[in-house]
Design a protein around this ligand. Structure first.
Ligand code: GDP
Length: 443
C-alpha cells in the first residue's frame, strides 16, 4: 500500500499562519487516523466528507499541534482519490514534523506535480487544464495568472474537443463509405466535407492566432530601447521603471552591454532592453555591445527608437534592423519643445514629461487586441499542435478533390491526434512528464 498513498506539504515552505499537509490514495484516511486525534470521542473513520474536524496532530519528534483535518472521499476530490488534508500551524519545522509522521504512518513522499498528475490520470482535469494550473501557480504577471486560469477552466479543452467531435463525425461518414462501398449507404458528398473541413481549419487557425498575444502574456513583451549614444536611452529606461537601473552619463558609449529592466503595465510584463548606442567610431568592447543591440532589436516585440533633434539616417538605419513595430521617441523636450514632425511622441526622460503617455502608447502597440482574456493560447506546445492540426485539415480538404476517402481519413486522424495532444488523449508519456515536472512538490 505504501506506493499508493502519497503525501506532501502543499503550502509554501515559509513561516505562516497555516500549513497544509495533503495525503492522497486509498489509505489516506487510515494514514491520517494514525496522526490525527479528533477532539471529543470521534474517530477519523467517522468523518463526514468535506467537514473540518479539530483535534491534535501528533507530529514526529514528540511534537503535538492543535489543528484541523478534512476528508474528501473519492472521486470527489482534487486527485479523484481519497484525499485528507491536515491543517497545522504554519511553521517550517512543524509542518515537516507532521509530514514525517504521515510518512511513518504509511504514506510515501509525493513527487513534484504528482497530485495533479493523478488528477489528470483519473480524468478529473484535462492536460491543458493542468498546464493552466501550472501557469496560475508560476505566473509572473496578473495577465499570465488570468490566462492560466482561463486554461484551467477548460475553455481550450472544450474548443479542441468540439473540433475533434466534428472530425469524428466526418471520419464516421467517410469510414462508412470506405468499409461498405457496395452497400446501400448514402454516399457522402465530398464537396460538403470539403466546406466543413475548411471551416474547421479556419476555426483552428483563429484559435492559434491568439498565441500572438498569448506568448507576450506568458513571456512578457520585449521592448528594445535603441538610438544614438547620448540620445537618452538609459535615462528613458530609468524613467519608465521609476528607479535608477541604468547608468546615465554625458559621455557617449557608457552602455556597452544590454541592460534589462522589467515593468508591469495593465497586468502584462514588459521586459525593457537598454542597448548600446549605435555609432561608427566605437572601440572593440563597445562594438560587441552594438552587435548585441542589433540582436536585441531583431528579437524585440516593440522597439523604441530614441533620438534628439532630427530623426536622421542613423535612426532610419535602426528602423530597417527591426522586425517589429517601432515607436519614434523624440527626447529632451525640456531643452526645446519645437515639434519636428517625424516623432510619434515627444518626451523628456529627465523631467518625466510624456513618459506615462509613452507607456499607454506602448501598451496599445504591443497588445493591439487589448484584453488579455481573449488570448487563451499561451503555451507554445498548444500553438504547435494547432498548427499541425490546421495543416492536416488543409491537406484533407485538398484531398477531397482527387483522392479516395481512405486517404482523406489519414489526414483527418492526424488532425484529431494533434488536437488530442492538447486535451491529453494522444499526448506521449514524455509530454506528460514535462508538463508535470513544472509543478512543485505538494501540487
Ligand atoms: P544614452 O547614451 O542614450 O543612454 O543617454 P543617457 O541616458 O546616458 O543620457 C545622456 C545625457 O543626456 C545625460 O547627461 C542625461 O542626463 C541627458 N539626458 C537624457 N534625457 C534627457 C532629457 O530629457 N533632457 C535633458 N535635458 N537631458 C537629458
Amino acid at each position: 500500500m505504501k506506493g499508493d498513498c502519497i503525501a506532501a506539504i502543499s503550502t509554501a515552505p515559509a513561516a505562516g499562519g497555516v500549513a497544509i499537509i495533503r495525503i492522497s490514495g486509498k489509505e489516506a484516511l487510515a494514514v491520517a487516523g494514525k496522526v490525527f486525534s479528533p477532539s471529543g470521542k470521534k474517530s477519523v473513520s467517522d468523518f463526514a466528507p468535506r467537514y473540518m474536524y479539530s483535534g491534535n496532530i501528533n507530529a514526529a519528534g514528540g511534537i503535538t499541534d492543535f489543528g484541523l483535518c478534512v476528508y474528501f472521499r473519492a472521486p470527489h476530490s482534487f486527485t479523484g482519490e481519497d484525499v485528507v488534508e491536515l491543517h497545522c500551524h504554519g511553521g517550517v519545522e512543524l509542518s515537516r514534523a507532521v509530514l514525517k509522521a504521515v510518512i511513518a504512518a504509511g504514506a510515501r513522499p509525493a513527487k513534484a506535480g504528482e497530485f495533479t498528475m493523478r488528477a489528470f490520470l483519473n480524468g478529473k482535469i484535462s492536460l491543458s487544464a493542468a498546464e493552466g494550473l501550472a501557469d496560475m501557480i508560476n505566473g509572473k504577471s496578473a495577465a499570465e495568472v488570468r490566462a492560466g486560469s482561463l486554461l484551467y477552466s477548460g475553455r481550450l479543452t472544450d474548443e479542441a474537443k468540439l473540433i475533434q467531435g466534428a472530425l469524428t463525425d466526418i471520419l464516421a461518414k467517410i469510414g462508412a463509405d470506405v468499409d461498405y462501398p457496395e452497400e446501400d449507404i448514402e454516399r457522402t458528398e465530398l464537396s460538403d466535407i470539403k466546406d466543413a473541413l475548411l471551416a474547421l481549419k479556419a476555426r483552428t487557425e483563429r484559435l492559434a492566432a491568439t498565441y500572438d498575444g498569448g506568448k507576450k502574456i506568458k513571456n512578457g513583451v520585449s521592448v528594445a530601447i535603441c538610438g544614438r549614444p547620448n540620445a537618452g536611452k538609459s535615462s528613458l529606461l530609468n524613467a519608465l521603471l521609476g528607479y535608477d537601473r541604468a547608468i546615465v552619463s554625458a559621455s557617449a558609449g557608457t552602455t556597452r552591454d544590454v541592460v534589462e529592466g522589467c515593468l508591469e503595465l495593465d497586468g502584462i510584463r514588459y521586459n525593457f532592453y537598454d542597448t548600446a548606442g549605435i555609432r561608427e567610431q566605437a572601440g572593440e568592447i563597445e562594438q560587441l555591445g552594438i552587435e548585441r543591440a542589433k540582436l536585441a532589436l531583431k528579437s524585440a516585440d516593440v522597439a523604441l527608437i530614441v533620438y534628439e533633434g532630427e530623426y536622421g539616417e542613423e535612426e532610419r538605419g535602426l528602423e530597417r534592423c527591426c522586425l517589429c513595430p517601432v515607436i519614434k521617441v523624440r527626447n529632451k523636450r525640456d531643452l526645446s519643445d519645437k515639434a519636428g514632425g517625424e516623432e510619434d511622441i515627444f518626451i523628456s526622460a529627465l523631467t518625466g514629461e510624456g513618459v506615462e503617455q509613452l507607456k499607454r502608447m506602448l501598451s496599445a502597440v504591443a497588445m493591439p487586441h487589448g484584453s488579455a482574456d481573449e488570448a487563451f493560447i499561451i503555451e507554445e506546445r498548444h500553438y504547435e499542435a494547432l498548427g499541425r492540426a490546421s495543416l492536416a485539415l488543409g491537406s484533407a480538404a485538398a484531398a477531397t478533390c482527387d483522392f479516395p476517402a481512405d486517404i482523406i481519413s489519414v489526414d483527418l486522424k492526424e488532425a484529431w491526434d494533434a488536437l488530442g495532444e492538447i486535451t491529453g488523449e494522444t499526448a506521449t508519456e514524455e509530454i506528460i512528464d514535462t508538463i508535470f515536472s513544472k509543478f512543485c512538490v505538494g501540487k
